[in-house]
Design a binder for this molecule. Structure first.
Ligand SMILES: [Zn+2]
Length: 142
């Protein structure tokens, strides 16, 4: 319950971080999320894309998002739960980069306890990690 009280204003819906069947930890809805609404954001340290690529090199789990051709956000030390959002080839949410912000919006209604997933699109893994999302039509790699 403490997590709710400490929720920043940009985290619009209550979520929790828990073990995921997809990979490591994931983000799960703690309340129903209607379609096409902002779920939350990831905020973190703004760094250069060159620094982001240096930090990402050789890491299995990375929490860096490029928000422009020059700038990236390193969310490694962030407390925002959305940073644990897993990839799915059939996601129920989407990641939107706008004005240097990393925002998450629901694509459809998300039910309580459902894992929130997005399609990462282009990632630092460059197809070297296996995708285990289990969705029909899974492309099998990240
Ligand atoms: Zn997949």
């Amino acid at each position: 319950m403490g997590a709710l009280a400490e929720r920043p204003p940009y985290q619009k819906f209550a979520v929790r971080v828990a073990r995921s069947r997809i990979d490591g930890f994931g983000v799960f809805a703690e309340e129903p999320i209607p379609p096409r609404l902002k779920i939350g954001e990831i905020r973190g340290e703004a760094i250069s894309v060159a620094e982001a690529r240096r930090r990402a090199a050789g890491q299995q789990r990375i929490m860096i998002v490029e928000v422009s051709t020059k700038t990236a956000i390193d969310a490694s030390k962030s407390s925002d739960p959305m940073r644990f959002t897993n990839h799915s080839c059939a996601p129920n949410a989407r990641l939107q980069i706008r004005d240097g912000r990393i925002e998450f919006y629901s694509l459809r209604a998300i039910t309580v306890d459902e894992e929130v997933t997005v399609n990462y699109g282009e990632t630092h893994h460059e197809g070297r990690l296996a995708c285990r999302c289990g969705a029909p039509g899974c492309i099998g790699k990240l």
